[in-house]
Write a protein that binds this ligand. Sequence first.
Ligand code: COA
Length: 260
Amino acid sequence: MAYQNLLSEIRESVLYVTINREQKLNALNKDTLSELAAVIADAAQNAKVRAVLLTGAGPKAFVAGADISEFAAYSGEEGEALARNGQHQVFDAIENCPKPVIAAINGFALGGGLELAMACHIRIASENAKLGLPEVTLGLIPGYGGTQRLTQLVGKGKAIELITTADMISAAEAEKIGLVNHVVPAEELLTKAEEILSKIKQRAPLAIGSAIRAVNAAFRQDENGFEAEIKEFGKCFDTEDFKEGTSAFLEKRKAAFLGK
Ligand code: COA
């Protein structure tokens, strides 16, 4: 599928998605959000895709936020719809994607950009990255899940400090507080993400989807995470991958998983 605001290609079972509005620091306008919704929906069901690597075009920004020019004149009702639709179609869809989504944060990740990275399952940042939720400088709060996911990742005290001060923090600070998993020099960003993905790709695909669902359940109010884990654990026993994984171990060979 061809996109106007995204570059996408599948290489070695990884769907590489690059948000491609470099002149606007990859700010998320409506069209880009619709395309992200489409590309994630496709990744979730496309058997050729084992994982997604999401990054921003150019050396300066991952994503510098939602496109401020689009919502400057919105009413409360329009603002609520913007957040609701965006959260559902893009941010929750990424979090619930059964294939791991890695954010390679190559520069500014601000506002909706940091929210996008936080919706991903794993975050790698380049040393020059700057991260923050500056919405209160605009008279807003984060609306794409930022108040919730930042709190989950770094705890309530740090989340309230970062959101209310609108501070931009360095990649090193982000790693220290658990906001990103790894920090690497800019030229090693994709290699680091690929190194992690190459391990994940050797594992059983359906078990990975189950693990993501069970971990996500830890943060859902409407679900008991331990119960979700029990169900997902049980489901794994009915997969061919489980038979293959256990047989391979007992036969002292490497498992060849089919995702069935
Ligand atoms: N929405 C719309 N346009 C944006 C944008 C956003 N969130 N972030 C950057 N841009 C645009 C700028 O308007 C500018 O466009 P122009 O060249 O047509 O004027 C272009 O991207 C480059 O940005 P600029 O501000 O000139 O770069 P800079 O290096 O001086 O500053 C930032 C970089 C990231 C500090 C600054 O762009 C910024 O503060 N962006 C907004 C961050 C924000 O508040 N995000 C939360 C939104 S909810």
